[in-house]
Design a protein around this ligand. Structure first.
Ligand SMILES: [Zn+2]
Length: 252
């Protein structure tokens, strides 16, 4: 069951959304004066709907929706159709656009059609769902390239809220961590895994070294709570554990 965590200052983390490996995936949202800012959209249409319904519950006057994607992986973006249906502006690192660009979107959609049965199969195996339930939860996934991209770190001023979009490659080259300075909350995407092995298979030693540098960059921030890509809400010491995991991985 997903859980919503209130960090104060209109900042919320969401943990335990559907994931095909059964490890859960996280997301979050922040209420600015006119805009609901979502960070990631979950892996299924059901979770996209869940996230939007939770932010709507808290939002009083916010009419606009902004969706920040931490990277391009399915477990963080497959719910995005729900946000596009309410005219959300999608912002992500330019490498997300490269992965989801118009030019490649057709082939990506073809790929998507062959990927959906795999997700359904995994949900049946790992989550013990019936095939019908898995298909219903996953829903009619559609992907869209970001409306706005950035290359280096970016300060995002959205109404009364300031966010830092920090480029933190390593897990994949499109990885962004979102930092909210007022509440000292870090939405780390898959730059940080809580109490579990890191998914290193998308890179080699060069990327793992880059990942350590990204974690060291995050370690310099003043942090109260971390919403990792996977696992429970954690504290700053989890960054050290992730660095040590990668250093150990590199030395082997
Ligand atoms: Zn992930």
């Amino acid at each position: 069951m997903p859980q919503v965590h209130d960090f104060g200052n209109n900042v919320f983390g969401v943990t335990g959304l559907h994931h095909i490996a059964g490890i859960g995936v996280n997301a979050g949202f922040i209420l600015a004066s006119d805009t609901v800012i979502h960070i990631d959209s979950g892996m299924t249409i059901t979770d996209g709907e869940y996230l939007l319904s939770k932010s709507k519950e808290k939002a009083t006057q916010q009419e606009n929706v902004l969706l920040i994607l931490t990277h391009h992986h399915s477990d963080h973006i497959f719910g995005m159709r729900i946000f596009k249906e309410v005219d959300a502006e999608v912002i992500a690192h330019e490498n997300v656009r490269k992965f989801l660009s118009h030019r490649r979107l057709f082939s990506f959609r073809t790929l998507l059609d062959s990927y959906k049965p795999f997700i359904v199969k995994m949900m049946v195996e790992k989550l013990s769902y019936t095939k019908e339930r898995a298909e219903r939860e996953l829903g009619d996934v559609k992907l869209f390239p970001p409306d706005q991209t950035f290359k280096d770190d970016k300060t995002l001023q959205m109404d009364d809220q300031e966010l830092l979009l920090l480029y933190t490659p390593g897990h994949v080259p499109s990885e962004t961590s979102v930092y909210h300075p007022i509440s000292k909350t870090l939405f780390a995407g898959d730059t940080i895994y809580q109490d579990m092995p890191l998914t290193t298979r998308f890179g080699g030693p060069k990327e793992w070294k880059q990942w350590i540098e990204s974690l060291e960059k995050l370690e310099r921030l003043d942090i109260e709570n971390i919403v990792p890509g996977h696992g429970k809400i954690c504290k700053k010491d989890e960054i050290r554990r992730n660095i040590e995991y990668l250093e150990d991985f590199l030395s082997r």
